[in-house]
Design a protein around this ligand. Structure first.
Ligand SMILES: [Zn+2]
Length: 327
């Protein structure tokens, strides 16, 4: 699938049409902030727009000119991508800015993609801010994030913000069916991925996802109280490689429970404890728990060991969940 087809597939066709028109007519600003959950097409749209801006062909993006070919094979010398695993430090940003200050190799624009921009440390953000305020000639920034609140307001205000929205479950089911998933599988994937086709495909291709979800669900929601925290965390703590996924899954379980409470469907594949939580929880409890997950991510960004992060999270969760389930 080419990028334009992908963008349509993600359900962002109206948004992309507007942006494409801006870029074709050269009416673009130097920094964009794409905000939306993972897997809804932010990256595909950013790449498509960058290609339009770099293309020297007539029908942009032509896919055949030098810049297009080099872009598509990840060999364009004026395209820089930062894609942090955990956090993005000031040195990475400095290096990027250094590269952007050089003359463009191809004589055109220089493009910087900063994926998961919220993972920039405050220092890194301050360093980037100066460049966003006074960008070197001919630079184009795409900052991508699913957590804009982790960005300094000054960074946000220097960028043109574009919001990406997830699909409804029906829309997502229909798209997954087009890809050949059975109706039952499509319905489950749509529920687990919250309107994000990219996430649905990632989950579907990942055999470990459902078993891990089950473990997270049991560890957090089948707790009987703080006394269970140590035993509940025992299996997960060692799973450092899955730390991010564990936090993602917990966050998703909480949002799913909130949706179920609001009468927007039922929770999928639930354990007894999770089902009870979803039926009885109060909105404020879920919001407090979501805050705790955000805090856990911050702790990880500051290199706190995952075992400590998880224990902290389980302790605060055990209180809320226990209280909810006692009602
Ligand atoms: Zn081209």
């Amino acid at each position: 699938m080419n990028e334009a087809a992908l963008c349509d597939f993600y359900g962002q066709s109206a948004l992309i049409e507007r942006l494409e028109a801006d870029f074709r007519s050269g009416q673009f600003v130097h920094a964009y902030l794409f905000v939306g959950p993972r897997g809804v097409g932010k990256r595909s749209v950013a790449r498509l727009l960058a290609r339009i801006a770099l293309c020297t062909g007539a029908d942009k993006p032509c896919g055949a000119c030098g810049p297009c070919v080099r872009f598509l094979t990840d060999n364009h010398p004026d395209v820089h991508t930062l894609r942090p695993e955990k956090s993005l430090g000031v040195d990475d940003v400095r290096e990027l800015i250094g590269a952007l200050q050089l003359r463009a190799f191809e004589g055109g624009l220089k493009v910087a993609f900063i994926e998961r921009a919220d993972r920039m440390t405050p220092q890194a953000q301050n360093c980037l801010l100066k460049t966003l305020e006074e960008p070197p000639d001919g630079t184009l920034f795409f900052l991508l994030t699913d957590a804009p609140s982790a960005l300094l307001p000054t960074i946000v205000s220097r960028c043109r913000q574009v919001n990406f929205h997830p699909l409804t479950q029906e829309q997502e089911c229909a798209r997954l069916a087009r890809l050949g998933f059975s109706p039952e599988r499509a319905a489950l994937l749509a529920q687990l991925s919250e309107g994000s086709v990219g996430e649905a495909l990632a989950i579907s291709g990942d055999e470990g996802y459902l078993p891990l979800r089950e473990r997270v669900m049991r560890a957090f929601f089948d707790l009987r109280g703080p006394q269970d925290v140590l035993s509940a965390g025992a299996g997960l703590k060692e799973d450092k490689e899955n730390a991010e996924r564990i936090l993602d899954i917990l966050e998703r379980l909480l949002r799913d429970a909130m949706r179920a409470q609001a009468g927007l469907g039922r929770v999928a594949e639930a354990s007894a404890g999770y089902e009870a939580f979803a039926a009885r929880m109060e909105l404020s409890a879920s919001l407090r728990l979501l805050e705790q997950v955000a805090l856990a991510r911050k702790m990880r960004g500051s290199n706190v060991p995952f075992a400590t992060v998880l224990e902290h999270l389980l302790l605060s969760a055990s209180k809320e969940i226990h209280q909810t389930c006692q009602r």
